[in-house]
Design a protein around this ligand. Sequence first.
Ligand code: TRP
Length: 460
Amino acid sequence: MAARGNFSSRIGFIAAAAGSAVGLGNIWGFPYEAGAGGGAIFVLVYLFFCFALCFPVMLTELAIGRKSGRNAVGAFEALGHKKWNFIGKLGVLSGVLILSFYNVIAGWAFGYTFEMAAGNFEVTEHFRAYTTNIFAVGSYGLLFMIATAYIVSKGVSEGIEKAAKVLMPSLIIMMFSLIIYSLFLPNAMAGIKFFLLPDFSKLTSTVVFNAMGQAFFSLSLGMGTFITYGSYIKKNDNLIGSAALITLTDVGIAITAGLMIFPLIGFISGGSLSGVGRGPELIFVTLPHIFGEIGPTAGAIVGMVFFLLLCFAALTSTVSLLEVPVSYVVDEFKLSRKKAAWLMSGIVYLIGIPSLMGNGYSSYFSEFITYIGADQPTDFLSFIVNIANDSFLPLGGALMVFFAVHIWKKENMEAEIAVGFENYENSWVRKYLRFVMPVLLPGTLFIIFSMIVLSTFFGF
Ligand code: TRP
């Protein structure tokens, strides 16, 4: 199995795993979800879910991956439960679907980097026109996919790890420079207050659900990313420490993204925070407009840096999304890594074309499906989001935790966690895992999955 590759160091693994977690979900998704979900109260619920619910799922994936030393599908067979590998197959399918639309959005961000550099802030007014121009955005998306495939084709330590070790620190430096810049703008503090001081009257079930979904997606859980990455790490690593570091980095970057963006919103709204688009259009419509207001040269620089950092964050995520199916094909069908990477990325790019066309170019894909009880049609990209992110990920997470505790057996999982962590027997983590993993965690995830399916697709 030596040919599969390994991370060369613990820090390399952490960079790659945190790179997977940190992505569009943190820098694009998190601020707009927080903005729409009442600000700080959303942040609080999100933090709770990351640690209480998501952390054990990450640990489960890592333990399955390291013990089996196989891909997301083969892992179940390697542990002696081939019948359960449908969980891994669901994960590979989720990965392919998520990457197909994720790459489209990454392509927009990539294109925006050049628009900002050229001082073309009016893309703001014409976001629809921008995404409708599918030959341009499709080419940016294609370049992004090629970069992803190239990194994955180079292998675990020479491609994924090396790229993450360059991209992640650059990302952090760019973010901190922008925070310092935005904090000095007039009315920055109004934005910070909204983001950090919770208003408990804004706590609703929608906030709770969205925070949960955001936490799960942001931590790359439920599809075997960490089974795959876990299969490349050394036996003596401390899994609990690694999972904690990855979670902290991901949460830290999400909060940092908020600290970067909310001062800008405070600035543009003159401190009132009203009249500013805070939905999904936050990044692609509101921010470029703000960059334009900052001034032609400064705005172009800030805007370019912002979208470049968004691309860097997205690239380590697309790499991890591609690695799940690639690792599966390499292990199970004995394809060379190079072939697997280019083949899978080609397939994923084709699957992403309807998502590309469904943002204004083709009315068929823009109004693809109307769910039962809905009065508006849903576009193709959102349809895939509803299926893969909103439904498959919590279902996959529930199944993996159930599998680990009841099929693989909790003693075996605990034995794997204890490797590299001598005090596990007496640790509070063990007590906590014993408390949540058997019923509470898989049950909650399954209920969330059911409620999402019923409410999204069937109008309950
Ligand atoms: N977590 C990444 C983000 O926040 C996206 C991502 C990468 C992902 N791999 C994943 C999401 C696996 C779910 C599952 O943008």
